[in-house]
Design a protein around this ligand. Structure first.
Ligand SMILES: Cc1ncc(COP(=O)(O)O)c(C=O)c1O
Length: 414
């Protein structure tokens, strides 16, 4: 297999050539929070803003038409990235959180008290709190799939938890805490038995290349551009056209209407019905460029590269402090379906202290509950430190991480 040329990829990310205060080179290992942006994406947005910037759909002048075309083109790129059947199934949102709130509101409006929604204990708060708000508004019940010991959604619990009252199962594709991938096929199969819909939070999956929503067999898929080398401020809710068409709007305002009178409004067709107000046009163009960039990557080689580095992180943690440091990796061993997010807890050291010491080494980690407090509670953890890699990560990043960790252990646990 071709060796992945991380150096060539890194060269496209100016931020990776910067240093942190104190002079250490930046080693960015917080990609699960936000990935960095290549020049090609920034260039596409700059070019749009300097040559085609206008509001979409609202004007007949040249720039308005150019902007409308660019926005439609971005939607087509997303549709291709997802292998969607129709561009109209792609709704631009502010991000994954915006997408799931839209879904919880609009799909939730079709539910009745006593209907059930199944989530998992591993969910990011973005795929939990919107459903709690819905529960409080409409009296639906929430049920939760447990996690396996190694930090994946436990699909063996599906037959017990997904009952005929279940209307939707909404789960993460890849956990932002453990890096564990969910067996979506098992979720889809269990939901089909009772006629429930399936929504997937793809925030941590999309930086790894195209998704085939039709092959997955899901009904809704949500993600954010900033986690896949695109800009922040834009994301997507994809939904099966025939389902989206049945849902009421979420936000009201300009562009989502067909007719408005003082008494009554009729709504536009999908996707405009769900895109009230001026959308994130430049950001959508950036997302389209990020998709182009990402699909030009030698994917198998990139995955092999990230798996090797993730293996180095996991093995390295086990040998720190002469192998005597009490470090628990909260996530699966390095197997297929294990993504490059490594959370770990160090006995006697607070994750924030670890992150602070590592920051002095130029290593950007994240510490805390990672917006997955119920999962942390289920493990009796206040939080973890998390190193998350991307395809531009390299051995220098892993070396700096492990050296910094030796320093942190010496300073915090002696
Ligand atoms: C699994 C998962 N879901 C949802 C989100 C929320 O994404 P955003 O803040 O871009 O809406 C994140 C962000 O960390 C995530 O990791």
């Amino acid at each position: 297999m071709t060796r992945f040329d991380a150096a060539r990829v890194r060269a496209e990310f100016p931020i990776l050539r910067t240093t942190v205060p104190g002079g250490a080179p930046l080693h960015y290992l917080d990609n699960a929070a936000t990935s960095q942006m290549p020049e090609a994406v920034a260039d596409a947005m700059r070019d749009h803003d300097f040559r085609r910037r206008a509001n979409v759909k609202r004007g007949v002048h040249h720039l308005a038409e150019c902007a409308t075309e660019a926005y439609a083109d971005a939607r087509q790129r997303v549709a291709r990235f997802l292998n969607a059947g129709d561009d109209r199934e792609v709704v631009f949102t502010s991000g994954t959180t915006g997408a799931i709130n839209l879904l919880a509101y609009a799909f939730g409006a079709t539910l009745s008290p006593g209907d059930e929604i199944v989530l998992s204990v591993l969910e990011h708060h973005s795929n939990l709190v919107p459903w709690q708000l819905l529960r409080d508004r409409r009296g639906v019940a929430l049920k939760f799939l447990p996690a396996t010991a190694d930090g994946r959604v436990d699909v063996t619990a599906l037959p017990d938890i997904v009952t005929p009252r279940c209307k939707l199962v909404s789960v993460t594709h890849v956990s932002n805490v453990t890096g564990g991938e969910t067996d979506i096929a098992a979720v889809v199969a269990a939901a089909a038995v009772v006629g429930a819909r399936v929504a997937v939070d793809g925030a941590q999956r999309v930086s790894h290349g195209p998704i085939d929503v039709r092959a997955l067999g899901v009904d809704f898929y949500a993600f954010s551009a900033h986690k896949m080398f695109g800009p922040n401020g834009v994301g997507v809710l994809w939904g099966r056209g025939e389902l989206l068409e049945t849902l009421p709007p979420f936000l009201g305002g300009g562009e989502m209407i067909r007719t408005v009178s003082l008494d009554r409004t009729t709504y536009a067709d999908i996707p405009a019905r769900f895109e009230a107000g001026t959308p994130p046009i430049t950001q959508a163009v950036g997302l389209g460029a990020a998709i182009d960039w990402l699909t030009g990557i030698d994917r198998p080689a990139a995955e092999q590269h990230m798996a090797r580095l993730t293996g180095r992180v996991i093995d390295g943690l086990a040998t720190l402090g002469g192998g005597n440091a009490r470090i628990e990796v909260v996530g699966p061993a390095m197997t297929p379906g294990r993504y490059p997010v490594v959370s770990f807890a160090v006995d006697g050291a607070h994750p924030h202290d670890i992150c602070q010491i590592l920051d002095g080494h130029g290593v950007a980690l994240r510490g805390g509950h990672h917006c997955a407090q119920p999962f942390m509670d289920s493990r009796g953890l206040a939080g973890t430190s998390r190193a998350s890699l991307a395809l531009y990560s390299d051995d220098g990043d892993v070396d700096a991480f492990l050296n910094g960790m030796e320093d942190a252990l010496a300073r915090l646990t002696l």
